[in-house]
Design a protein around this ligand. Structure first.
Ligand SMILES: [Zn+2]
Length: 396
């Protein structure tokens, strides 16, 4: 790892949003950070620190974790021939990205054969292990599951630290062989999470259609873009995902906004808010969306009637828990990935949470990743927040 991060004290936080759906707001106004971890949370903490951030009464939330992203190599995305997208997302409050497969690699045969899929996962893992654009944590090396993999492949994935595998190109007419279920077993045995591309065909044109029956048969950990990416499974099947499976359910910016309302009604009925994850499913045909996560939180809060602090948990703590990551919740011992934000001047909202509730984006004033300031003052991707943080001390 890099040099030790300076110690940091954030004080004068107005609203403390935890990212934990069970306790989404906490009566605290200060966070003390050392060695990249949150060491103390409380009110009126006055410890000496290398960097002191006066939040000026604005809102703190955990750094956003995009549950469904498509990195390729570095900050270039061939999907839109665009550069620097990871840094742009960071300015939209994203501090971690989870790869749903590095399938935009130019020239990649789709579907890849098993050896090519393994080689791609290894290459992507190695690339992102050695690259942290603007400090953003990119969890890549997500194996695209195709016929012909053996258990040693899953052991090799575990050895390099890959965390996720994904059904997207797997030919489900082969299901009677039991191979796909074995993939799930081999993954689970090693703590590797299983995601499935759900719904209709993707931009690749060769992804496999997967509805409720395939999901119930394979029992993945996470139903990728359950409300469409871009095409959802039929409405009745989306609703059945909630009651008839225990899978985490992703809502992605690439999907069908009407289906989000259907899913959320079923989620409300079953009180399954802990199972909902927010991602963008970008870069891709939907574009490069630096403010995509903020927009999904605002949509869920303002149109689907999810309390904003719960919608934030769906974009932070829920994603971290579903993928067995340490971050996503602001608490002692957790990585200090933190975003400070407030209402934008001219908005009818009173603060950041009220902004989301009214469908407005808030503006970002600060982003910390592992306790290091990556944005300090204002974001390059949101309008400026009405109140901005004040920073003193030896920050870079
Ligand atoms: Zn995707």
């Amino acid at each position: 790892m890099s040099r030790p991060a300076p110690s940091c004290l954030i004080r004068n936080i107005g609203t403390f949003v935890t990212g934990d759906y069970a306790r989404p707001v906490r009566g605290a106004d200060s966070i003390y950070i050392e060695d990249g971890l949150i060491r103390e949370v409380g009110s009126g903490i006055s410890r000496a620190a290398d960097v002191v951030i006066d939040a000026g009464g604005i809102t703190a939330i955990p750094g956003l974790i995009d549950s469904h992203s498509h990195p390729t190599i570095g900050e270039f995305t061939p999907a839109q021939n665009a550069q620097s997208w990871v840094t742009h997302y960071m300015h939209g409050g994203v501090t971690a990205l989870i790869s749903a497969g590095e399938l935009h690699m130019p020239g990649l045969p789709t579907p890849p054969d098993a050896r090519t899929a393994m080689a791609l996962a290894h290459l992507a893992k190695r690339c992102w292990d050695n690259l942290r654009p603007s400090g953003v944590k990119v969890y890549a090396g997500t194996l695209l599951l195709v016929p012909g993999l053996v258990e040693d492949d899953f052991a090799a994935l575990e050895a390099v630290g890959s965390r996720l595998v994904k059904f997207i190109f797997y030919d489900y007419s082969l299901l009677p062989s039991g191979e796909a279920e074995r993939y799930v077993t081999w993954s689970r045995k090693r703590g590797i999470k299983v995601k499935i591309h759900s719904g209709g065909v993707s931009r690749s044109g060769v992804s496999q259609v997967a509805g409720i029956d395939i999901v119930k048969r394979l029992r993945p950990d996470i139903v990728g873009h359950a409300t469409g990416g871009p095409i959802p499974m039929p409405e009745k099947e989306v609703e059945r995902l909630v009651a008839e499976t225990e899978c985490a359910l992703e809502i992605c910016s690439s999907g069908n906004p009407r289906m989000v309302l259907k899913l959320m009604r079923a989620v409300g009925t079953s009180n399954a808010f802990d199972r909902v994850l927010i991602g963008t499913d970008t870069p891709g045909g939907t574009g490069v969306l630096p403010r995509g996560m903020l927009r999904e939180i605002a949509y869920l809060s303002s149109v689907a009637d999810v309390p904003p602090e719960i919608a934030i948990a769906m974009a932070t703590g829920n994603v971290g828990r579903a993928h067995a990551l340490p971050q996503g919740v602001l608490d002692v011992g957790r990585p200090a990935d933190i975003v400070l934000l407030d209402r934008i001047k001219g908005s009818v909202a009173s603060d950041a949470l009220d902004s989301f509730g009214k469908g407005d984006l808030p503006g970002i004033s600060a982003v910390l990743i592992d306790g290091e300031l990556r944005v300090g003052g204002r974001s390059q991707q949101t309008p400026p927040p009405e109140r901005q943080v004040t920073i003193t001390g030896s920050h870079a």
